[in-house]
Design a protein around this ligand. Structure first.
Ligand code: AMP
Length: 449
């Protein structure tokens, strides 16, 4: 076990590293970021930063001696760097998961071997092979570079076999896979945390809505047509984690189709479709990753509200922060990267994001509390009841003249007024306490899978 007070090394310094560092700091750990970029969102909140290339062996060795354990926040860290570190310090998850996840061919072969179903695919190393592969899998299809692809980059759509040459040129002629275009009802991800002892906790599967290949928002719970695929996908994700002897948070992305969940890709790390877990789950993916990496017991992944939505702010939308925070249920997470340039238009800026989570509007809370109690979710019902009581106390304090508008900056909200304004016609609830009214009901399983 790596006890609080120790230093956790993180390879990569983006927003995921920043959120990991914040979770680590909450538990008394120091974080040391290793990344080559000048601008490091994680660097702002870390105790130490090494700015060096991943093939700078002297810097890697010095980093290994300065930290107690190493993890990574993105999957394109060279495997050789991780293998070098592994000889000196524990790296969790290790080089194997990275090796598999960096190569779309290795990843799909690995998942197929575990009984999972990716879209029909072929490896292609040249235009002639691409044409032959298209004859086998048909069109429409998607051509993807095997390595370094993300957010739809390194991809080309193929509508008819005649598009092959243009698609091959578009991806720069790099080793690739071509896969059948999947018709899906929606996309979702399985995010799990696995401890060194094999204990595994799984989050509720978010429905992920992509726009232009980039995640636009994640919604939990997923609609029934998508959630119905959750159990099979969770079984596969657990199998993958076990096969890799995985320690940390692992994410698998899926398409929900008529034929069941179709595997898309795997990320050996915390995931942007899991940002909502910061406020929307009892213990976030970031904290559970740090717990796993340090050998601490994992925390519960249950929802803290009946519904949570994470919205990714792209480009100039980040300037709307004041309006966004006027919604008392919203939480804002800015990543501390450069200013978004005015007039940037629709070009996405994946560096800034916002999470909207948890209804605090009172009538919504009351409805959610009743629904939770009726569904036997007593823990959630109790939390919502506590929230309602807290709001009633705030009202009483205001009526007595004891409550003032909160100053901007305090708790990150412009004012607390919106959070406690009763909806028109609202009267305090005079219902039986759901905790006692439903006590005789059996407690159902609380987690899928
Ligand atoms: P990826 O980088 O592979 O996650 O792809 C980015 C996005 O492109 C996915 O989230 C899907 O929205 C879409 N996409 C990728 N592959 C396919 C496919 N085979 N069929 C349909 N849509 C796809």
């Amino acid at each position: 076990m790596i006890a609080p007070g120790a230093t956790i090394g993180i390879l990569g310094g983006g927003q995921l590293g920043r959120m990991l560092a914040l979770a680590a700091a909450n538990m008394g750990y120091r974080v040391h970021i290793f990344a080559p970029e000048e601008e490091l969102p994680a660097g702002d909140v870390a105790a130490h930063v090494t700015r060096a290339a991943y093939d700078d062996n002297a810097a890697l060795d010095a980093f290994a001696s300065a930290v107690d354990v190493v993890t990574y926040e993105f999957e394109n860290v060279p495997v050789a760097a991780v293998e070098r570190l592994e000889r000196r310090v524990p790296v969790r998850p290790g080089a194997r998961a990275l090796d598999v996840a960096q190569d779309r061919l290795a990843e799909k072969t690995f998942i197929t071997g575990l009984g999972g179903t990716p879209a029909p695919f072929r490896a292609v190393a040249g235009e002639a092979e691409l044409i032959a592969a298209l004859a086998a899998i048909g069109t429409p299809a998607v051509l993807k570079t095997r390595r370094m692809g993300y957010d739809g980059k390194g991809q080309a759509r193929i509508a008819t076999p005649g598009d092959a040459a243009a698609a091959w040129a578009a991806i720069g002629g790099a080793p690739a896979i071509v896969e059948a275009h999947v018709t899906f009802a929606g996309e979702f991800s399985v995010i799990l945390a696995r401890g060194h002892d094999g204990a595994t906790m799984v989050y509720d599967v978010p429905h992920n809505i992509h726009v232009g290949g980039i995640l636009d928002r994640s919604e939990v719970p997923a609609p029934p047509a998508i959630a119905a695929h959750g159990t099979a996908a969770v079984v596969l994700a657990r199998r993958a984690a076990q096969a890799l002897d995985y320690v940390g948070v692992l994410t698998l992305e899926f398409f929900a189709t008529d034929a069941g969940p179709v595997f898309n890709e795997m990320a050996p790390r915390v995931h942007n479709s899991g940002h909502w877990t910061i406020e929307g789950a009892r213990v976030s993916q970031f904290e559970n990753h740090i717990r796993a990496v340090c050998g601490l017991p994992l925390g519960p992944t249950t929802l803290t509200a009946a519904a949570v939505t994470m919205t990714n702010l792209l480009g100039e939308a980040v300037h709307d922060w004041a309006a966004l925070l006027a919604d008392p249920s919203a939480h804002l997470h800015l990543y501390g990267k450069s200013e978004v340039k005015p007039g940037r238009g629709p070009e996405p800026n994946p560096t800034t994001g916002v999470e909207g989570a948890m209804a605090t509007n009172r009538d919504t809370l009351e409805r959610q509390m009743r629904e939770a109690a009726a569904a036997g979710k007593f823990e959630l019902a109790a939390k919502l009841r506590d929230d309602l009581r807290a709001l009633a106390e705030v009202d009483a304090a205001r009526a007595a003249g004891g409550l003032h508008r909160q100053q901007p900056g305090a708790m990150g909200l412009g004012t607390s007024r919106q959070a406690v304004e009763p909806p028109p016609g609202w009267t305090p609830p005079k219902r039986p306490d759901p905790m006692t009214a439903n006590r005789s009901k059996p407690r159902g399983p609380r987690r899928p899978g």
